[in-house]
Ligand binder design. Structure first.
Ligand SMILES: [Zn+2]
Ligand SMILES: [Zn+2]
Length: 169
């Protein structure tokens, strides 16, 4: 079995066949697995000091897909990166943002890279539905492996138990 290269496919695999994902993980060289785990621990620690919401419950589907897509692009080596050119086989904590798909940065260059070229009104728009909510946005981050993904979402899209709306459970 090939590792899925599509975020929706990977999301389905994680939710429906976690045992097959564990089989795939066995092909990861152990040194890389160790470094990835250590980078993941660093990211969790760093995220706990950041302002905004910390998502511990299962994130809504759009946020899971945004995080998986960012991690897949990074793993494939096709992501736009900061000048340090972080790579999955040299694990370190990396930062991504739901408003800038396909871009990852190291912690030092995250602000520079993830805010560059963003339109002025973008920081008032929900990353999921694009609406500018009158009550403002909820900002926060989710951690997936070595990656911290930032998001800004309207109240409607930041619900963590929206299984009814998605019908995916
Ligand atoms: Zn960097
Ligand atoms: Zn929204």
């Amino acid at each position: 079995m090939q590792f899925p290269t599509d975020a929706a496919e990977l999301d389905r695999l994680i939710r429906e066949h976690p045992e097959r994902l564990a089989e795939l993980a066995e092909y990861t060289p152990s040194w890389l697995g160790d470094q990835l785990r250590s980078a993941a621990r660093d990211s969790h620690r760093a995220a706990s000091h950041l302002p905004g919401e910390h998502v511990h419950a299962e994130p809504p589907r759009w946020l899971r897909l945004a995080a998986l897509a960012a991690l897949l692009t990074f793993a494939e080596g096709t992501a736009t990166t900061c000048r340090c050119r972080p790579r999955i086989d040299r694990p370190q904590p990396i930062i991504a943002a739901a408003w800038m798909p396909g871009t990852v940065a190291c912690r030092r260059h995250a602000i520079e890279v993830l805010t560059e070229g963003v339109p002025d009104d973008a920081d008032t728009r929900c990353d999921a539905c694009g609406v500018v909510p009158p009550g403002g946005l909820h900002t926060g981050q989710v951690v997936l492996g070595p990656m911290i993904l930032f998001y800004a979402a309207c109240a409607e899209c930041r619900t963590w138990t929206d299984s009814e709306r998605e019908g995916t459970r």
